[in-house]
Design a protein around this ligand. Structure first.
Ligand SMILES: [Zn+2]
Length: 443
């Protein structure tokens, strides 16, 4: 007889074989429908809402227990592109098992997390004839890797979605093999700045008289920061929610050292936090950022072209901490540029979402921390917010329940990169952890 674990590993294999790349908008309904079928077979009351290009799968598993609490499990079936293909040691779209690892695009981010959680619910149901002691709702979206473009609207369309606790998509053990629990993520606003100084590129002898677009743009960019990289845009920090004492302590307790950080990231330039005499860990987790991702202008080919470019483009992003609004942040940048005489620079928003941090003292979050503690026989590392970005805030705004993330990854998981992989041992541990969280609602 096939066990639940084998069954959902088979599902994982099928899901990995569907190249559901949201950036290319490919194979998204196919992945959604396959997941919906699995959820229905397991007994969930399942809906596929295909209002937008990436269908949302919702599946409810009702508890028979009176006044049962509600847990929502959020995952996504879309993945990052697998390119560059030549750096993969196995086919990215074939789930490959080797040396205790499972390898394939999306195995950690996020299809493997979903199938581990399905396995946990299936095993729990097999082992308990009275069913679940808690309502479990799976919400599986398909545009997480492209800023969860319609998740907000989907939540608005489904006011029936409710929860006391939201379990987020993923997580990873730290480099010392400690289990990690995360309670938030940063938001983001991405945008372009464009300078146009003429109708067409000119002969560069005219630089004696005429400003080039790269000159204009770099002047504008330089007003955004002081000499130590501190963001110099008035009102940028106005709404920043400062970490409380517990949050600061949780980050201070993280074992990472400045030296490891510099070495791991092969950083050659001085750390901005050193220049400013700030704590790098507190800055990494709790400070907003403003980053220039790319500057393009002029001739990019081989050899020399003496030209005075008429157009220049910079792509930027700001990572936002809770309290900050993507549009207001961009407005502050726009007003600042205008006030400094750069009202000719065109500001164009590309993507935006707000950040979120859970209260890590919430009893529902403590429940998950306690289960980790029992299961791994050690205190998990609790990180109040990840330095990265995700759509937690959409879920929080809609559901108003605390959110906590943990999962099957480890520091070598290579999410978004070639040879993405997980360790089977972590996969198995996570199945047990979720079963134990479900069981914690029995009493
Ligand atoms: Zn993900």
């Amino acid at each position: 007889m096939t066990t639940a674990k084998e069954k959902y590993l088979e599902l994982l294999k099928e899901l990995i074989a569907i190249p559901s790349v949201s950036a290319k908008r490919e194979h998204l309904p196919e992945a959604a429908n396959r997941i919906a079928k699995a959820l229905t077979e397991l007994g969930g009351e399942t809906t596929v809402d295909d209002s937008y290009f990436a269908p949302l799968v919702i599946s409810h598993f009702k508890s028979e227990k009176p006044d049962a609490k509600k847990v929502m499990i959020y995952n996504h079936y879309d993945v990052q592109p697998a390119e560059p293909f030549d750096l993969w040691k196995s086919d990215p779209w074939t789930l490959t098992q080797k040396d205790g690892l499972l390898i394939g695009r999306g195995v950690d981010d996020d299809k493997g997390n979903l199938t581990a959680r399905l396995t946990a619910v299936a095993e729990y149901l097999e082992e308990h004839e009275n069913g679940l002691p808690v309502d479990v709702t799976f919400v599986v979206e398909g545009s997480e890797e492209t800023a969860s473009q319609h998740l907000d609207d989907y939540f608005k369309k489904h006011p029936e979605l409710q929860a006391d606790l939201i379990i987020w998509e993923s997580g990873a053990k730290d480099k010392d093999e400690h289990p990690v629990i995360t309670g938030g993520n940063k938001g983001i606003v991405t945008f372009n700045l464009k300078a146009k100084t003429g109708g067409f590129d000119l002969h560069s002898s005219l630089a004696a008289v005429v400003q080039s677009a790269p000159f204009r743009l770099s002047q504008a960019l330089s007003t955004l920061f002081d000499e130590n990289g501190r963001i110099a845009v008035p009102h940028f920090y106005d709404e920043v929610r400062k970490p409380n004492e517990r949050e600061k302590q949780l980050v201070a307790d993280l074992k990472d050292t400045r030296e490891d950080f510099v070495q791991k990231n092969e950083v050659l330039a001085p750390l901005l936090t050193d220049l400013r005499d700030e704590d790098w860990k507190q800055a990494l987790y709790f400070e907003p950022t403003l980053n220039i991702e790319r500057i393009t202008t002029g001739y990019q080919g081989a050899g020399v072209k003496t030209v005075l470019p008429a157009e220049a483009l910079a792509k930027l992003e700001a990572r936002l901490v809770p309290g900050m609004d993507p549009d207001l942040t961009l407005k502050a940048i726009e007003s600042h540029l205008a006030a400094r005489g750069f009202d000719d620079i065109v500001v164009e928003k590309t993507l935006g979402q707000a950040g979120y941090r859970s209260d890590m003292t919430d009893p529902e979050i403590i429940r998950t921390i306690d289960v980790h503690k029992d299961h791994f026989d050690e205190e998990p590392v609790v990180i109040p917010t990840s330095a990265g970005t995700g759509p937690m805030n959409y879920a929080y705004q809609a559901i108003k329940a605390p959110i906590v993330g943990f999962g099957i990854g480890y520091p070598g998981s290579l999410d978004h990169a070639p040879n993405e992989n997980i360790r089977l041992k972590d996969y198995d541990d996570n199945i047990e952890v979720l079963k134990e969280i479900i069981a914690s609602y029995e009493t």
